[in-house]
Design a protein around this ligand. Structure first.
Ligand SMILES: [Zn+2]
Length: 316
């Protein structure tokens, strides 16, 4: 992960740690995944002393990130407000070549193309075209991002990117949270295949440094880092959110869990669905699915995998 802003080594490590948090896509038991997550941390992790059972062991790490993010947040106090105009610095997608098969072109270069191919909607200017299947796209270890999946990115003020179609609801959610004294911060959202690979490489290097032979290091890294093409973050629909000005993100996560559905977001990796999602509990990871699906998913406490399966069964 290159940090173009160059905010210093410590922050870069913290950012890398944050990036790693939601990479955990493994078929192994969540407990196992959660355990291995804590091993190769580059930052000094304060022990999550006597956390509740439900709290992931990454919480200590999470707090480290929170501090870093809060620091960054002071510079970007209203990070989701209005997309930053094209800044002097290059958007990352220009420096990142498209994924192997030319999938997921993003950003301004792809904008015209993406709009030209906007599915079904007779009026491409409409924010919500008739075909809304993108909202429910399922990406996990068994379901890689479909070839040719296209979307347009929008840059947030802190340099993170999201699918432009979720931006209005994201902004509304943050505005409403702030009105209630909750200050969410988008710590990590869109990630390119190249960034995903860089994180994988970083893990491999760390395992090698710890003494593993290369092949073993690769195997270990793949246990906890999603292969490029299987991370939901590559969709631009997933967000890792923390508290902006506090080291304790739990109130923020609780507010989001209680309210996210109103804006079309879901808690993607709930504590009681780890065997279905294959991912450890991630109280910070929210995914846009649209208001209708979000309402049902959050009300019934479903995993997106379950909801998608029900939908699919109902259609057949
Ligand atoms: Zn995530």
């Amino acid at each position: 992960m290159e940090n173009r802003a160059g905010k210093g080594t410590a922050l870069r490590w913290a950012a890398l740690g944050a990036a790693l948090l939601c990479l955990v896509i493994s078929a192994c038991a969540p407990k196992e995944a959660a355990q291995s997550e804590t091993e190769p941390q580059p930052v000094s992790v304060s022990a999550p002393a006597a956390e509740e059972e439900a709290a992931p062991p990454t919480l200590g790490q999470r707090r480290e990130e929170t501090a870093a993010a809060a620091e960054a947040g002071r510079e970007n106090a209203e990070e989701t407000e209005a997309a930053a105009p094209p800044a002097a610095e290059e958007p990352p997608e220009e420096t990142d070549p498209p994924a192997e098969s030319g999938e997921t072109p993003a950003g301004t270069e792809a904008e015209a193309e993406a709009e030209a191919q906007a599915p079904a909607g007779p009026e491409p200017e409409e924010p919500e075209p008739e075909d809304e299947s993108w909202k429910l796209i399922l990406v996990n270890a068994e379901h890689p991002i479909p070839e040719g999946y296209e979307f347009t990115l929008m840059e947030l003020r802190n340099g993170q990117h999201v699918d432009e179609r979720i931006y209005p609801e994201l902004q509304r959610m943050f505005d409403d949270a702030r009105a209630e004294g909750i200050y969410p911060f988008v710590n990590e959202s869109y990630r390119t295949a190249e960034e995903q690979q860089a994180i994988m490489d970083e893990y491999i290097a760390r395992y090698e440094a710890a003494g593993s032979e290369h092949e073993e290091a690769v195997r270990q890294a793949r246990e906890i880092v999603a292969l490029p093409g299987t991370s939901e973050h590559q969709l631009g629909l997933a967000l890792d959110i923390i508290a902006e000005f506090s080291e304790d993100s739990w109130p923020t996560w609780q507010w989001l869990k209680d309210n996210c559905a109103r804006y079309g977001f879901i808690l993607r990796y709930p504590a009681d669905k780890t065997e279905i999602t294959g991912i450890a509990y991630e109280p910070w990871h929210f995914r846009y699915v649209g208001a209708e699906a979000a309402a049902e998913i959050m009300e019934r406490g479903l995993a997106l995998e379950e909801y998608a399966a029900e939908k699919s069964a109902a259609e057949n």
